[in-house]
Design a protein around this ligand. Structure first.
Ligand SMILES: *[C@@H]1O[C@H](CO)[C@@H](O)[C@H](O)[C@H]1NC(C)=O
Ligand SMILES: CC(=O)N[C@H]1CO[C@H](CO)[C@@H](O)[C@@H]1O
Ligand SMILES: [Zn+2]
Length: 307
């Protein structure tokens, strides 16, 4: 580098000092560059974390019999977390204990989708270990708060929850729509399953039509569906008897290849492969001999109950 200096340089610094100065400047430059690049690297590593503020962990329960799911949802930034339908404490408590003891989460609520024992039946036992409020339908054991239809609350800094009343399977059924700015998910309990819907234990076809085709169908199409049970295989078996089309075949393939289907399909997908969300479909009308959506809903549910 010094060789490029003109030989008649008027620079007054002696050659030796000049070499030292160049070394010092280059070392400083290298250090700065290194610090700059490491800041850049750590920022690009941290990026996926900030864009995924909501973390959903499935906790399968009674696998092979009820095939239920409890869900642990955490706001990654604040570590604030809620547990949804922790119905079987022996399977849920080990997860909650490990995560709270390690500081990975701060558990703040139990949320229930409805009062059935395989959803709200773990509340009393969980309360012996954690002092938590319970948000749920009016008939849920130990419920503290029943949110109004379309009312909202937040979890940590980033998750906004909207309660959606969907009475039919039970009169106290509530679905919970979670948004974190970039991602949307809905916990549907026994109202909407992947490719199916719950039995009308306390309600009728008018109510299920409203729950599926008005309330849930109005959510953004990219909302991921997290139901209360893994029932997809049985639902597809029924759907194939009703209609054997492309969307239902795709769901069939997926459910044959994957044990778990929760969170893998969206409200947009359900409108295509869930016959209970296709009550306006001409092909289904022909099959059930009805055209009015509530009558179609009623006919489909009766067929499924008999199947
Ligand atoms: C369905 O249930 C709703 C709410 O309980 C009720 O108002 C309606 O009359 C019922 N419809 C039928 C067809 O039974
Ligand atoms: C959101 C949605 O799909 N709504 C449909 C529900 O069903 C009625 C007919 O009963 C349609 O008109 C709506 O478009
Ligand atoms: Zn139920």
């Amino acid at each position: 580098m010094s060789g490029s200096l003109p030989s008649n340089s008027t620079c007054m610094i002696p050659t030796q000092s000049r070499t030292i100065l160049i070394i010092v400047v280059m070392t400083l430059l290298a250090a700065t560059a290194k610090r700059f690049s490491s800041a850049f690297t750590s920022r690009s590593i941290a990026k996926p974390k900030t864009s995924r503020a909501m973390h959903v962990q499935s906790i399968p329960m009674w696998e092979g019999t009820g095939n239920n799911y409890a869900y642990l949802v955490t706001d990654d930034k604040s570590k604030e977390a809620v547990v949804i339908d922790p119905a079987n404490p022996p399977e849920v408590l080990p997860v909650l204990n490990e995560k709270t003891e390690s500081g990975a989460i701060k558990l703040t609520k139990i949320i229930n989708t409805h009062h059935h024992h395989d959803h709200a039946g773990g509340n009393v036992e969980i309360l012996k270990h954690f002092n938590l409020p319970i948000v749920g339908g009016k008939d849920c054991t130990e419920v503290t708060t029943t949110p109004d239809h379309k009312s909202q609350f937040t979890i940590g800094e980033s998750i906004k929850v909207t309660a959606l009343h969907t009475p039919c399977h039970t009169q106290d059924s509530i679905c919970y729509f979670f948004e974190d700015g970039s991602e949307r998910v809905v916990f549907t309990g026994d109202t909407l399953f992947i490719g199916g819907c719950g039995r009308f234990f306390e309600g009728n076809a008018t109510e299920m039509h409203k729950a599926l085709n008005e309330t849930l169908a109005a959510l953004p199409d990219d909302t991921k569906v997290y139901p209360g049970h893994e029932y997809t295989k049985g639902n597809v078996r029924f759907a194939k008897k009703v209609l054997d089309d492309e969307a239902i075949r795709k769901l069939d393939e997926y459910s044959q290849a994957n044990k778990e289907t929760q969170g893998k399909f969206t409200i947009g997908d359900e409108k295509k492969h869930n016959v209970f969300m296709r009550v306006n479909d001409k092909n289904i009308h022909d099959l059930v001999g009805q055209t009015e959506p509530v009558a179609v809903m009623k006919a489909l549910r009766e067929m499924k109950d008999r199947s």
